[in-house]
Design a protein around this ligand. Structure first.
Ligand SMILES: Nc1ncnc2c1ncn2[C@@H]1O[C@H](COP(=O)(O)OP(=O)(O)OP(=O)(O)O)[C@@H](O)[C@H]1O
Ligand SMILES: Nc1nc(=O)c2ncn([C@H]3C[C@H](O)[C@@H](CO)O3)c2[nH]1
Length: 224
């Protein structure tokens, strides 16, 4: 059927929607490596020292996930390899990577993307981007409660998060690996409201039908 990739800032709701959507469509979820990621706490403690290592860690796990997802042809991915450079470039722009690290990173990324180009299925079928404001992003980060992501842990995270939001706009506009659509993550509370959850699912299903990726009379197996 389809490979769907989700995108959006920290706390936008990608992992949550990955679970909801994959269940609804009866496909497999692929999650970003967070709680089992040994480099992430190190990065938040000392970003300058660990930015490059963290990026190589994420790039490696994202390469593995997208290869596997494109092979199965039936999956939903939490943040994917297509967002990797957004994070690295932003960190490099604020002085957290040496010129040698930047060159090495882009060569590695380029090599990995050419591998994907050689696969029978080269691209995802749809990107679903969750758009959120800074206030929503922060509320969700607080709600989830990872210590090292809180402003009380490091007040400079406020600038980091605001900058990240600014990087997403041009990234989304430029993204052209597949058709794309945006979900209004400020308005649609797909965790607490059943009605909003259904609205989000309807929007995605309508897009898949419009693209011919789902039959016009398609119905979910699992309604919850
Ligand atoms: N639409 C929503 N409405 C209300 N709460 C939400 C919504 N989406 C997610 N949440 C809550 O916000 C928190 C962050 O959600 P989630 O982990 O899915 O975000 P994420 O985009 O995967 O984050 P990250 O980029 O850090 O992996 C969770 O506590 C989740 O329950
Ligand atoms: N530096 C850096 N590069 C990435 O590619 C990247 N992807 C995710 N993250 C951070 C954001 C959340 O804290 C947490 C979960 O998304 O991991 C990243 N950090």
């Amino acid at each position: 059927m389809t490979v769907i990739v989700l995108s959006g800032p920290i706390g936008a709701g990608k992992s949550s929607l990955t679970g909801i959507l994959s269940k609804y469509l009866g496909t497999n979820p692929f999650y970003e490596s967070v709680d089992d990621n040994p480099v992430l706490p190190l990065f938040y403690e000392n970003p300058k020292k660990y930015a490059f290592l963290l990026q190589v860690y994420f790039l490696n796990t994202r390469f593995r996930s997208i290869k596997s997802a494109l092979t199965d042809d039936n999956n939903v991915l939490d943040r994917s390899i297509y967002e990797d450079a957004l994070f690295f470039q932003m960190n490099a722009d604020i002085g957290r990577a040496t010129p040698e690290e930047v060159d090495t990173y882009y060569e590695l990324l380029h090599n990995m993307m050419s591998e994907l180009d050689r696969m029978p299925k080269k691209n995802p079928d749809l990107l679903v981007h969750i758009d959120v404001s800074y206030d929503t992003m922060l509320k969700r980060i607080q709600k989830r409660g990872r210590n090292y992501e809180q402003l009380s842990y490091d007040p400079t995270l406020e600038d980091y998060y605001k900058r990240l939001l600014r990087y997403y706009k041009p990234w989304y506009e430029k993204y052209d690996y597949s058709p794309k659509m945006t979900i209004d993550g400020d308005k649609l509370d797909f965790m607490a409201s059943e009605e909003d959850r259904q609205e989000v699912l309807n929007q995605i299903v309508a897009k898949l039908k419009e693209m011919g990726k789902l039959e016009d009379d398609w119905k979910p197996n699992l309604v919850k």
